[in-house]
Design a binder for this molecule. Structure first.
Ligand SMILES: Nc1ncnc2c1ncn2[C@@H]1O[C@H](COP(=O)(O)OP(=O)(O)OP(=O)(O)O)[C@@H](O)[C@H]1O
Ligand SMILES: [Mg+2]
Length: 502
C-alpha cells in the first residue's frame, strides 16, 4: 500500500505571496509512487500556483521540495522536467505553427550530422503517439488538430521527458468521454510503472474514478488530505467550499416562453454545419448537446455571425437580418461567450476591468467612452455577482486563476445585457460551487426574458437549465428534445446513435 512506500515527492511548508495577497500558506503535498493524487479546491484556491512553485515556474517564498531523498530547487519547468517532474499546464502551451512532432520533441530532437533528423523524429513521434491511441500525422502543423489531441500531445511530451512525477492541471476540461478513457488508461499505465500522477480537476466524478487520494486547498491552505475510498463526494465538496452544497434541481414548471426573438431557417455553413432550423423565444434556453466535434461550437459561431452562414435565412423579431460579423451581432444585441477563453476570449495584458467592459464599450462605440463611474459600477456588480476572486480589478486578467478568467469573460457578455446570449461551455474550469451558481444565473436570465443558447458537454448541466435540447452529431442536428424528454438518458441515447430523428 502507498503508506508503506517512501514518498517520491514531498513539498513542505510552501509559501507564496503576490503583491497584496497570500496565494499559498504553508502548503504540504506528499506523493507516493504509483498513486494518482487529486489536487482540489475552488477557483483561485491556489492549485496552479502550487504546481508552479514545485516546478520553479514561480519563485516560492518559503518551504522545501524533496524528490526521493534529495532536496531539489528547480528554477523552471525545463529543470524540473529534467529531474523527472513533467507538467502539463492548465493553458496548453504548445506552438500552434510548428508540427506535432516538433512540439513533442522540442529541445530534445533526434539529431543527425548536426541537423534535426526529421524522418526519425516523425517516425518516433508516430510510435509514441500510437501508444496513446492517437493516429495522427506528426508532420502536420499542431493547429490542424483539435484541442483534445493537442492536450494528449502535451501529455505525451511531459511523460516521455520524465519518469517520476506527472502533473496534469485540468487535462480533461476539453476532452470527450472517449478521450478521457484514453487518458485514464495512459495514467493507469504510468502509475503501474511507479509514477505518481497529480490530477487537478473540477470534475469530481473523475476524481473518484481515477484518484487514490486527494489534497484539498482552500484560500491557499491545505484543509485536508483524504483517501478517496473512505469519503463521499459530499465530504470532498464540503472540504472545498467549507459548506454543504445543495444539488441542482430541475424545475421548469413555470417556463412560459415569450415572443419569438430569433428564427433561423435552413441556416448553415458548408463544410462546417449542416443546415438547421432554430426558433428561439424570449425566456428560453436551448441547450446544444453532442460529442466533441459534433458541431456545437460551430452552431454557436454561425448563429452569432462569427462565421457567416452561406445558406438559409435569419429573422430577428420578424425582420430579416444578415449576421456577418461579431460586430454586427453585438449591434443586434447578441452576445457570445466563447469556448476557448485563451483564443477568442480574454485579452491577457488588459486589466480585468477593461476586459469586463470591452464588449459593452465596443457596442457603444469607441468614440463614446463609458464613464469611469459607470465602469466601476459594472465591474463591482459583476465581480460580486459572479464571485470573481481577485486582488484588484486593475490586475492584468492573465494573473487570475483559470476559473476566474472564465467568470470575467462571462461578465463581459452579461454587462452588455444582450437579448440573445450564446454560451459555449460556460462552466469549463469552473469549480463545483460556482458551477451551481452559474446554472442558477442562467435560470435567472431566462426568467428575466433573455433568450439563451447554451452548448455544453455536461449532460446534467443541460438537463438542469434547458427548456429545449438540440442534439448534434457529425455537424448535423439529429434530434430535438422538449419537456419531459429532457433527461440525461435521452440525450446520451440521441448522441450515441441509438435513437435517430424520428
Ligand atoms: N502571477 C500572479 N500575480 C498575482 N496573483 C496571482 C498570480 N498568479 C496567481 N495569482 C493569484 O493567486 C491565486 C491562486 O490562483 P491559482 O491560479 O493558483 O488558482 P487555482 O486553484 O488554480 O484556480 P482555478 O481552479 O480557477 O484554476 C488567485 O487569487 C490568483 O489571482
Ligand atoms: Mg488553476
Amino acid at each position: 500500500m502507498t503508506d508503506q512506500k517512501k514518498p517520491v515527492l514531498r513539498a513542505a511548508g510552501i509559501d507564496k505571496f503576490f503583491a497584496g495577497a497570500i496565494a499559498l500558506d504553508q502548503v504540504d503535498l506528499t506523493l507516493f509512487p504509483g498513486e494518482v493524487h487529486a489536487l482540489l479546491g475552488e477557483n483561485g484556491a491556489g492549485k496552479s500556483t502550487l504546481i508552479k512553485c514545485i516546478t520553479g515556474a514561480y519563485h516560492r517564498d518559503g518551504g522545501t521540495i524533496r524528490l526521493g531523498d534529495t532536496e531539489i530547487d528547480p528554477r523552471g519547468p525545463e529543470e524540473s522536467q529534467a529531474l523527472g517532474i513533467g507538467t502539463v499546464y492548465q493553458e496548453v502551451n504548445l506552438l500552434q505553427n510548428m508540427t506535432v512532432a516538433d512540439n513533442l520533441f522540442l529541445g530534445w530532437q533526434p539529431m543527425r550530422a548536426g541537423m534535426v533528423d526529421r524522418r526519425q523524429m516523425n517516425r518516433r513521434a508516430q510510435d509514441i503517439l500510437a501508444e496513446y491511441g492517437l493516429h495522427v500525422d506528426p508532420s502536420l502543423l499542431l493547429s490542424s488538430y483539435s484541442i483534445a489531441i493537442q492536450q494528449v500531445v502535451a501529455i505525451a511530451r511531459a511523460v516521455e521527458l520524465s519518469g517520476k512525477v506527472l502533473i496534469l492541471d485540468e487535462p480533461t476540461a476539453s476532452l470527450d468521454r472517449d478521450e478521457i478513457d484514453l487518458l485514464f488508461s495512459v495514467v493507469r499505465e504510468l502509475t503501474a510503472r511507479g509514477m505518481a500522477v497529480v490530477f487537478i480537476t473540477h470534475f469530481l466524478d473523475q476524481v473518484f474514478e481515477i484518484a487514490d487520494r486527494a489534497t484539498v486547498l482552500r484560500n491557499g491552505r491545505v484543509v485536508g488530505t483524504r483517501k478517496l475510498a473512505e469519503v463521499t463526494q459530499g465530504d470532498i465538496v464540503e472540504l472545498m467550499l467549507g459548506r454543504h452544497l445543495e444539488a441542482a434541481k430541475r424545475d421548469r414548471s413555470h417556463a412560459t416562453p415569450g415572443d419569438t426573438i430569433l428564427s433561423l431557417k435552413g441556416y448553415g455553413k458548408r463544410g462546417m454545419i449542416e443546415p438547421f432550423d432554430l426558433e428561439l423565444r424570449a425566456g428560453e434556453v436551448v441547450g446544444l448537446a453532442g460529442l466533441l466535434g459534433s458541431g456545437r461550437t460551430e452552431t454557436c459561431k454561425v448563429v452569432f455571425g462569427a462565421v457567416t452562414a452561406d445558406q438559409g435565412s435569419a429573422e430577428l423579431r420578424g425582420k430579416e437580418i444578415r449576421l456577418t460579423s461579431p460586430r454586427g451581432a453585438v449591434e443586434h444585441r447578441f452576445g457570445l461567450c466563447p469556448e476557448d477563453r485563451k483564443i477568442d476570449g480574454i485579452v491577457g495584458d488588459l486589466s480585468v476591468r477593461e476586459n469586463i467592459v470591452l464588449s459593452l464599450q465596443a457596442r457603444q462605440g469607441w468614440t463614446r467612452p463609458l464613464s469611469r463611474a459607470r465602469i466601476n459600477e459594472l465591474v463591482d456588480e459583476y465581480v460580486r455577482l459572479l464571485d470573481i476572486r481577485l486582488a484588484s480589478p486593475d490586475m492584468p486578467i492573465r494573473l487570475l486563476s483559470g476559473g476566474n478568467q472564465q467568470k470575467a469573460l462571462l461578465a463581459r457578455w452579461l454587462a452588455t445585457n444582450p437579448d440573445v446570449l450564446i454560451l459555449d461551455e460556460p462552466t469549463r474550469g469552473i469549480d463545483v460551487g460556482a458551477h451551481a451558481e452559474i446554472i442558477e444565473l442562467i435560470e435567472g436570465l431566462r426568467e428575466q426574458g433573455m433568450a439563451l443558447i447554451v452548448a455544453s458537454s455536461e449532460m446534467e448541466e443541460l438537463v438542469a437549465y434547458s427548456t429545449r435540447v438540440m442534439v448534434l452529431r457529425d455537424r448535423r442536428q439529429v434530434r430535438e428534445l422538449t419537456g419531459d424528454e429532457i433527461t440525461t438518458d435521452r440525450i446520451v441515447k440521441a448522441i450515441s446513435q441509438e435513437e435517430t430523428a424520428a
